[in-house]
Write a protein that binds this ligand. Structure first.
Ligand SMILES: [Zn+2]
Length: 288
């Protein structure tokens, strides 16, 4: 079924698990991502950047995601990632996205609150969930790279005030993760997460999930992370696999032969991640 973020994070809270939020970069990989969730028996959040939404079309994405969600009988959220432009947020909501992120983390605290409130006021009456962000996540945000010295961790007291003032459905926090990190792994600040989780009554979100060590997942999930973003790993592996197949192909061979292996590479990663996100001590062994 087609769901919003609030609905699936409630499930995650009840089952002490987290919901994978996977970035799709094209229409090719999308069906296999949703089928991966179906095979694992878990909800999935499909998220897009504004640029991907424009490349495919907001309405096209909504139609495709809804159709596959219904057809495959799996709970799917369609979420707009890192939007700073009200017009883009409105375009996504009006087209039928079920969740949006307003990223005001670069703004002064009060301005971030005020602008996030405006997005919530537009989204909530339309049944659309809103994710906010506090602090700065490293790496590249919206094409602007964040220098190591400019990284600001989320302060627990700010998070309390922000959630209360804005009524967001989920909060992205900065606890040491970086966007685009895939060659190395980060040291997540677990003590800070625990502090935030102890005082904030709101599902928490990890960005830059590719750079997080898998052995850290249980502790993140046990401390309130209910949405876990994974983008880079899918992108890197789709590209690698496609590069290999296209590198060897005859030019008149059906494109399917080169694109399907790349889609399957993405599907296998999504299944593997969801298996960990379900947070069971001895997960059923998945063949990937
Ligand atoms: Zn992000």
């Amino acid at each position: 079924m087609y769901k919003n973020l609030k609905q699936v994070t409630e499930t995650a809270e009840a089952l002490n698990m987290t919901i994978g939020a996977f970035n799709t970069h094209n229409l090719e990989m999308l069906p296999e991502m949703i089928r991966a969730a179906k095979e694992m028996g878990a909800p999935i959040i499909i998220q897009t950047s504004i640029d991907t939404a424009k490349y495919i079309g907001y309405k096209v994405l909504v139609a495709v995601v809804k159709e596959i969600a219904e057809d495959e009988m799996v709970d799917v959220v369609l979420h707009l990632d890192h939007a700073r432009d009200f017009n883009e947020i409105k375009a996504a909501i009006d087209a039928g996205y079920s969740s949006v992120m307003y990223d005001g983390s670069h703004l002064p605290f009060k301005e971030n609150i005020a602008k996030t409130q405006a997005v919530v006021e537009y989204a909530h009456p339309r049944g659309v969930s809103v994710e906010g962000e506090l602090g700065t996540i490293g790496g590249t945000e919206e094409g602007i790279s964040v220098a190591e010295d400019d990284k600001v961790y989320t302060r627990p007291e700010d998070a309390v005030e922000f959630v209360k003032a804005t009524d967001v459905d989920a909060l992205a926090i900065a606890i040491g993760t970086n966007h685009g990190q895939f060659k190395s792994k980060t040291e997540v600040n677990i003590p800070l997460l625990k502090e935030i989780h102890a005082v904030v009554d709101c599902p928490l979100v990890i960005h830059g999930g590719t750079g997080v060590k898998e052995e850290d997942y249980p502790e993140l999930i046990n401390n309130g992370i209910r949405k876990f973003n994974v983008g880079t790993e899918l992108l890197v592996n789709w590209t690698k696999t496609a590069k290999d197949s296209f590198g060897e192909t005859e030019v008149n061979k059906s494109l399917r032969h080169n694109v399907i292996p790349a889609n399957i590479a993405v599907k296998n990663i999504v299944k593997h991640k969801i298996g960990l996100f379900m947070n069971v001590e001895s997960p059923i062994k998945q063949t990937i």
